[in-house]
Design a protein around this ligand. Sequence first.
Ligand SMILES: C[S@@+](CC[C@H](N)C(=O)[O-])C[C@H]1O[C@@H](n2cnc3c(N)ncnc32)[C@H](O)[C@@H]1O
Length: 497
Amino acid sequence: MAGMAGGEEEEMESLLQWAATIGISDSPTASSSASSCLGHSLSISTFPNNGGRGMAAARELRRGEPVLRVPRAAILTTDSVVAADERIASCVRKHSHLSSTKILTVCLLAEVGKGRSSGWYPYLVHLPRSYNTLANFTQSEIQALQVEDAIWVSEKAVQKSKSDWKMAIVLMQEMELKPQLLTFKAWLWASATLSSRTLHVPWDDAGCLCPIGDLFNYAAPEGETYSEDLESPAESLQSNLFTSVKYNGSIEQFDSEQPETYSLRLTDGGYEESTDSYCFYARERYRKGEQVLLSYGTYSNLELLEHYGFLLDVNPNDKAFLQLNTDIQTSSCWPKDSLYIQPDGCPSFSLLCSLRLWATPLNLRRAVGHRAYSGSLLSAKNELFVMKWLISHCQDSLRKLPTTIEDDELLLDVIDKLLDHPSHKTCCELLSPEGELSGFLKKNGLQKNETGGCVLPTKANRSLERWRLAVRWRISHKKTLHNCISYCKKQADKVSS
Ligand SMILES: C[S@@+](CC[C@H](N)C(=O)[O-])C[C@H]1O[C@@H](n2cnc3c(N)ncnc32)[C@H](O)[C@@H]1O
């Protein structure tokens, strides 16, 4: 278990041993008496810059090769919790009007409340203690996102968590959960656990918690071919699931001697009814020691932050939305959420089409509609107008934001120093700057004389991590707008030459 401290490693060993006894395995020749469920295909390792704790290839893995199987008996779903406890079952029956995700959240808290007597205890103790999903952001951390849309999404996430908790509290009281499990803090923890870790199962929209299977970190899907029955990104978002791309084969083929079939699988994993187990496959070829990643679905950075509490510096699926007036939004029939700028600065197909139509006089729109919808340029004059409008709109948006990319990068540097060397002399030196940083320090009660030479309190440290995420998010948003300006300038030159 590369990169893990001694105690942590021992605890992890007990989880891997428990997992083996309940039939979780990364090997075709699984044995419930094995001392670990891993070792044949995978091992647990730490990837500091790529998700922290994650899965490493224990040997060279071929693309499409099965790497892990988790039997249904091991996964935690509402069904499995309820089946093991008649008292929980009867309470849940009385509250069947609650959404499946709220019920699973309550079931998770109920299992946590059982302590060592929970069948999933060895798994539950290894869940993260805290999360950085948007619902966990404080008002000042939300404001650090700077962009109105992103602030709105974050505030909505916080409000939704609060109202979900209020709706579920009666059920939790009836279950007689311990007082500390009835708090909003506990609810936030449980709902972030589900949001960031559940996998899709066909029988419950809330999904499942999958021991060991939820240790894969994320890689964005890029140019992969999905099977037709895959949920759309919107659907998978709605149900907060890892998107599990289904492989229409059988786990009977969990046999490393079938290279040709592996290359046909473009799958990460999914629940397979034929064997009643969750199965995971290598999404690409991995060398020994490399991190084995899973695609949870197609997400923009704001969506990753909302549901998983992280973002990618390079995310091919990121989207920057501009404030568009209603005339533009209604000039075509494209939905509002398809009107965005891609990370390379190129406007989305729908945005370009809408702008070209909007820039066309009303009485001529019908006549050029079919050309606009097929993605064609309408005229040099029209294109030039659209490009100039985009340039000035991006410049305006950037100007309205309180800081530049350069300011943000400097701030990020300071935050990194504070996180890396909280007890270092530099930490004290960093405590004097004006603006955002001094606001943060005040908010956390960290005046210069109070931090000299000591470690940052846990609460301040976590806040700093979330603030860092907000600053990284706004940098990537601003970069996209700058890229759009460059893209449009080039297009405008091309059209006018
Ligand atoms: C399903 S868990 C993966 C295992 C997790 N690292 C753990 O230690 O339990 C998903 C969480 O891992 C982290 N994560 C996954 N992929 C990541 C990535 N590419 N970069 C940063 N964090 C990532 C995020 O905190 C996310 O919410």
